[in-house]
Design a protein around this ligand. Structure first.
Ligand SMILES: NC(=O)c1ccc[n+]([C@@H]2O[C@H](COP(=O)([O-])OP(=O)(O)OC[C@H]3O[C@@H](n4cnc5c(N)ncnc54)[C@H](OP(=O)(O)O)[C@@H]3O)[C@@H](O)[C@H]2O)c1
Length: 332
């Protein structure tokens, strides 16, 4: 046999082997991802962790409405006493009363405004003294505007930039610093940081918000790697759309979760994943977005211009209800 046919045969065999191995690797990866998804979003419904083993108290920031209030209620329902942290004392008292009446758990409230910066943490530390804190939910967060906007369209930009950084970013390591030493001493603890899909990939027209959320994501993942061997779990939750004040209480549907529904599903994922979209619908949407909206398209000037012209949710909902009224009037 000649030299060239031998080389070709070896090359063909090598390519076939490489192709086979690639297919096996992809299949294994796909099977593993399916198993993780099944465990995180389906089986977790039946394999719920006993959260009381982390400690008596859960601290939730931004607990007076939306996802924070829903987390506080869900944790109380599962047997924890809750420290509610928020900016409005009236709302704090209302939520605390609701939780005490409904779940019979103890509550403690701390009134602070997270936009104020580093000065507030010594008073929070005093309020938390003596409590055995098993769970911290770093939930508090705010956006620059209620619609997609260029960075220079941020209203009161000089103030707002500092406020958003203080609220969305500074609060996370500062609150962690207050509770982590106790958790490390007891060799047990759970920190849940609420990031966002906007923190998974860069999102133009949400520039500052998106940047603050990638901070939360990276901080959570690094902290988890540092402290998991000491019995501490740091879970990063990156939701898509949840119907809350932040999203102008948009209508709940198969894509948009209610805050309570989301918190129930997200709390189920505890112990099953240190990084999660929170629920199956959001995990599927996230996967679909990464396929259908690749970086080159999302970051293009064309897409930014299209997105800038999307009406905000309030305008959209008003137009939708006006249309419904109009068509029902027409039928009559
Ligand atoms: N909703 C979504 O679709 C969505 C998606 C992805 C990620 N997230 C993230 O989820 C978290 C919660 O969002 P949400 O939708 O529940 O928002 P929300 O409905 O606006 O609730 C935010 C909570 O934080 C409190 N808060 C806001 N600014 C504060 C401040 N400066 N000091 C103290 N408390 C303050 C609010 O208090 P008041 O009751 O007084 O307003 C409220 O309790 C945020 O981190 C957000 O980025 C939300």
């Amino acid at each position: 046999r000649g030299f060239i046919p031998i080389i070709l045969a070896v090359l063909t065999d090598t390519l076939a082997l490489f192709g086979g191995l690639t297919v096996v690797f992809c299949l294994l990866k796909f099977t593993w991802k399916c198993w993780c998804g099944l465990r995180q979003f389906v089986l977790s419904e039946h394999w719920q962790q006993d959260l009381r083993t982390y400690g008596q108290w859960a601290v939730v920031t931004g607990a007076t409405s939306g996802i924070g209030k829903a987390y506080a209620s869900e944790l109380a329902r599962r047997g924890l006493d809750v420290v509610l942290v928020g900016r409005s004392d009236v709302k704090l008292q209302m939520v605390a009363k609701e939780i005490r009446n409904e779940y019979g758990r103890k509550t403690h409230t701390i009134q602070v405004d997270f936009t104020e910066g580093g000065g507030i943490y010594s008073s929070i530390a005093k309020e938390l003294q003596g409590l055995q804190i098993g769970i911290l939910v770093n939930n508090v967060g705010m956006t620059c505007t209620d619609h997609f906007a260029y960075f220079l369209e941020t209203p009161d930009a000089e103030q707002k930039i500092t406020q958003i950084i203080n609220c969305n970013m500074l609060s996370v390591p500062q609150m962690t610093r207050l509770v982590l030493p106790g958790m490390v001493d007891r060799g047990k603890g759970l920190i849940i940081n609420i990031s966002s899909e906007a923190g998974v990939r860069p999102h133009p027209l949400l520039a500052l918000y998106s940047a603050t959320k990638i901070f939360v994501t990276y901080f959570s993942q690094c902290l988890h790697a540092e402290y998991k061997s000491m019995g501490i779990t740091v879970q990063c939750v990156a939701p898509l759309m949840v119907s809350t004040n932040m999203t102008q209480n948009m209508q709940v549907n198969c894509l948009v979760k209610s805050a309570a529904g989301f918190a129930y599903k997200a709390v189920n994922t505890i112990g099953h994943s240190s990084y999660t979209s929170g629920c199956l619908s959001h995990a599927l949407q996230s996967a679909a977005l990464s396929l259908l909206l690749p970086d080159w398209l999302r970051m293009s000037t064309f897409f930014v211009r299209v997105l800038r012209n999307v009406p905000n949710i309030r305008t959209y909902q008003r137009a939708e209800s006006e249309e419904k009224e109009w068509s029902s009037a027409k039928k009559k």
